[in-house]
Design a protein around this ligand. Structure first.
Ligand code: HEM
Length: 525
């Protein structure tokens, strides 16, 4: 009798077991057929059904991949998350071979269902390969190519001046002032909107959107990304933290698409990406031609500049400040060099750049030491591929681990050290290590804003160091200096967690040093 009552449940369980075994057997034979017997790239042992879901760390997986790559002696690793093949490239060579040289096969993106829920669907970063992607990419690539970005120099110089003035007035507000700089650049270029003061609402909008982007979970790695059907189920039924978060923060994403656009639309005289695209669209319509970009496309393209350009630039500037606190000797060296090139009474300008290579070394070392998008944004392979004897199935999510690349001991001596001198050319008696590669991605999805970002960081580093001294925080009770402990945030962009430091005008420091020297307490410079 008891057996009879169990019968329906037993039959369901047996059905599930039979279905699972059939699926495994079918996948095994289909894999054998497609891979022609070649193995997948190495990876750890997975669990039944879940694969490596519980094995890949949720927080900062870049370190795990980097160590595993060394342990398994393979630049290319493979994982399986709920049946989804995932490949991680841990060397520049592997990324160049696949993303650059076989770009046509690795130019797609996975479907980012969670980000769709948030409202990012028209953003180039998350667009799948296809006509819409090509259109957005063409527009943004043209706007930010090397030959186009010189036009933004006056804006960058003006905003870096506003930044240092702000720092001299309110040194304690340095994080927000850097945020203001990064926001003013993308708002100016994207929408023609000027950020008039530190309380401008666009700054908070940028902070909110960055928070939403960074805290929803790994891109293409949450429940709803694997099971898109879950997207239509209510929160009480699904109980998934990431999905609830995406729904709760939708307003922030809507806001950064709508508000700057509305502000930019009003400023009909200011040149901006939105203005250019709107007038091109109007010209087509006037000629009776069909529109190439819809209003939603235009909002999405300008929103992409905001979304992709603001937080990444800000995070890199925070990495720079942290390293000035940790390495006063680098700061002193840079300031002495600046003082020989930039006469008193003015701030550095882009015209000084050829004479200040050490500032470029600091910029590159900042980008290398802490790539703020450590595993980048995943690409998706379109067709089956074979690399170094390993099989990479079509539809794999492929990550470029910038952290492993920029800390590769085969390229960089003491890679964890912040040492701008590493780039001094051998002809000048230095080590001549190459500028980092990987922090801006690769191939047909490489960051469109790379040249703009490097220029923004350069002008801030040069301007800031010319008038300001970043010092360690001194504990007033113990009198001891606090050396910040490096802890990184986790998410699409990763940056140092808040730390304490003192920002002081350089003249104050010179005056103080002279006083101390006069009292015989300090010798030398
Ligand atoms: C330090 C600053 C920056 C860093 C570290 C950075 C990093 C990245 C990375 C890693 C990617 C993904 C590349 C790939 O998939 O291979 C990317 C894509 C992108 N970046 Fe940047 N970025 C920065 C600044 C900017 C700026 C200032 C802009 C805007 C002007 C921008 C616009 C974009 C766009 C639109 C994409 C998507 C490209 C595509 O999917 O085709 N980025 N960036």
């Amino acid at each position: 009798m008891a057996l009879l009552m169990l019968y329906p449940r037993l039959s369901t369980i047996s059905l599930l077991i039979v279905a699972y075994i059939s699926w495994r057997v079918a996948s095994y034979f289909s894999f054998k057929y497609k891979s022609k017997g070649l193995p997948l790239p190495p990876g750890p042992k997975g669990e039944p059904v879940l694969g490596h879901l519980r094995i890949i760390p949720v927080d900062n997986p870049e370190y795990y991949y980097q160590n595993l790559s060394k342990e398994l002696q393979s630049d290319v690793l493979s994982f399986n998350v709920l049946g989804q093949p995932v490949v991680v490239l841990n060397s520049v060579q592997a990324a160049i071979d696949l993303f650059d040289k076989r770009g046509a096969n690795y130019c797609d993106r996975p479907r980012f269902v969670l980000f769709e829920v948030m409202g990012w669907s028209m953003t180039l970063t998350f667009l799948r390969w296809g006509p819409q992607f090509r259109m957005h990419r063409k527009v943004l690539q043209k706007t930010f190519q090397k030959s186009s970005i010189a036009q933004y120099r006056p804006l960058q110089e003006k905003e870096s001046k506003v930044l240092v003035e702000g720092l001299l007035k309110n040194p304690g507000d340095w994080e927000r002032l850097l945020r203001r700089f990064a926001t003013a650049i993308v708002m100016g270029i994207g929408f023609g909107v000027q950020i008039d003061d530190d309380k401008d609402p666009h700054i908070q909008m940028a902070i909110d959107a960055s928070y939403a982007l960074g805290h929803g979970g790994a891109p293409a790695g949450t429940l709803v990304d694997f099971f898109p059907i879950v997207k239509s189920l209510p929160n009480w039924l699904v109980r998934d933290r990431s999905l609830k978060f995406a729904r709760d923060w939708r307003w922030a994403i809507r806001q950064i698409h709508e508000a700057p656009y509305a502000a930019g639309e009003k400023r009909s005289i200011e040149a901006s990406l939105v203005r250019t695209l709107l007038s091109e669209r109007q010209k087509r319509l006037d000629k009776g031609e069909p529109e190439e970009m819809t209003i939603e496309d235009i909002k999405g393209a300008a929103g992409a500049v905001y979304a992709a350009g603001q937080d990444t630039t800000w995070s890199t500037l925070v990495v720079f400040v942290l390293n000035m606190v940790l390495h006063p000797e680098v700061q002193d060296k840079a300031q002495k060099i600046i003082d020989t090139v930039v006469e008193p009474g003015r701030l550095p300008a882009f015209a000084d750049r050829p004479y200040l290579p050490y500032i470029d070394y600091i910029v590159q070392e900042t980008l290398r030491w802490c790539p703020v998008s450590p595993v980048g944004v995943p690409h998706r392979s379109i067709e089956d591929d074979v690399y170094n004897g390993f099989f990479i199935p079509a539809g794999s999510f492929v990550y470029a681990n910038a952290r492993a690349m920029t800390h590769d001991e085969r390229t960089y001596s003491n890679p964890d050290e912040f040492d701008p001198d590493r780039y001094i050319p051998q002809s000048e008696g230095g080590r001549g290590e190459p500028f980092p590669k990987g922090q801006f991605g690769f191939g047909r999805r490489v960051c469109v804003g790379q040249h703009l970002a490097e220029a923004s960081i350069w002008i801030v580093v040069a301007s800031l160091l010319s008038v300001i001294q970043v010092e360690r925080w001194r504990n007033l009770e113990t009198g001891l200096e606090e050396i910040p402990k490096v802890k990184l945030t986790n998410g699409l962009t990763s940056h140092p967690q808040s730390f304490k430091c003192s920002i002081v005008p350089r003249q104050h420091r010179l005056v103080r040093q002279r006083l101390l020297r006069a009292r015989g307490l300090v010798f030398g410079d």
